[in-house]
Ligand binder design. Structure first.
Ligand code: MN
Length: 241
């Protein structure tokens, strides 16, 4: 071994040790590294098959959502007051956040809120809403079939990445809206009844470019009991994310 190669080998070895040490530190510090954490999926990753495949669920939750949480915590690392602010308030007050972290909060705070809602309302068997929620859909959105058609059309129209939502006011009024990127109606002080992720990472493994097919199939995994809980919470003023 020539001296130059030997020095290089030592250098690489030292770098690898430094990386391993940093990783241990990150793991050890993770509970205190920020106010947010990724909750486990509330059902097995294959619970939404065949409409959403398990691999998509694993990557979407474990990598994409985890990245939003990690980056949100990183953005808040030196902002103790903002780190204590509830996420809906943080998102509704982005204009008051320091400019240096405003975009990071918007993208990653929005991403954390959107995905937290998203996992919660899936894992079901589709079907139709009942009771007060059905009555509100009939009253405000022209009935269940029209709601689905309008929602799917809004999701298909969203250029690039984004979300399509049904929003709900404190008096129970419903509306359909779409947002780019990880924006959410929470940023306008609104509340989300349900929403679907139309980023390609949500559907590409199974549906490739066929977003309308994904939008149509997604209704088969909606948990209407969970959506009804969110509707009741919105009317009670206790719905947060
Ligand atoms: Mn997503």
């Amino acid at each position: 071994m020539t001296p130059s190669i030997h020095r290089r080998a030592l250098f690489v070895g030292a770098s690898a040790l430094a990386v391993a040490s940093t990783m241990r530190e990150a793991v050890a510090q993770s509970p205190a590294a920020g106010p947010y954490r990724l909750d486990p999926l509330p059902y097995p990753a294959n619970a939404n098959e065949p409409h959403i495949d398990a691999k998509t669920m694993e990557i979407h939750h474990g990598r994409h959502h985890q990245a939003y949480v990690t980056n949100l915590n990183a953005a808040l690392a030196n902002h103790a007051d903002l780190a204590k602010t509830p996420l809906p308030d943080l998102l509704a007050g982005l204009d008051k956040a320091p400019e240096a972290i405003r975009t990071a909060l918007r993208n990653n705070g929005g991403g954390h809120a959107n995905h937290t809602m998203f996992w919660q309302i899936m894992g079901g068997k589709g079907g139709e809403p009942t009771g007060e929620l059905k009555a509100a859909i009939d009253r405000d959105l022209g009935g269940f079939e029209k709601m689905k058609a309008d929602f799917n059309a809004a999701g298909a129209r969203q250029f690039g990445s984004g979300w399509v939502f049904v929003t709900v006011t404190r008096d129970g009024k419903l509306a359909i809206t779409s947002k780019p990127n990880q924006d959410t109606p929470l940023m306008e002080g609104g509340r989300v009844l349900l929403g679907n992720d139309v980023w390609e990472h949500a559907y590409y493994l199974t549906y490739q470019n066929r977003r309308p097919d994904y939008l149509g199939a997604w209704w088969n995994v909606v948990d209407w009991a969970k959506v009804a809980e969110r509707y009741a919470a919105a009317k009670a003023g206790t719905l947060t994310i």
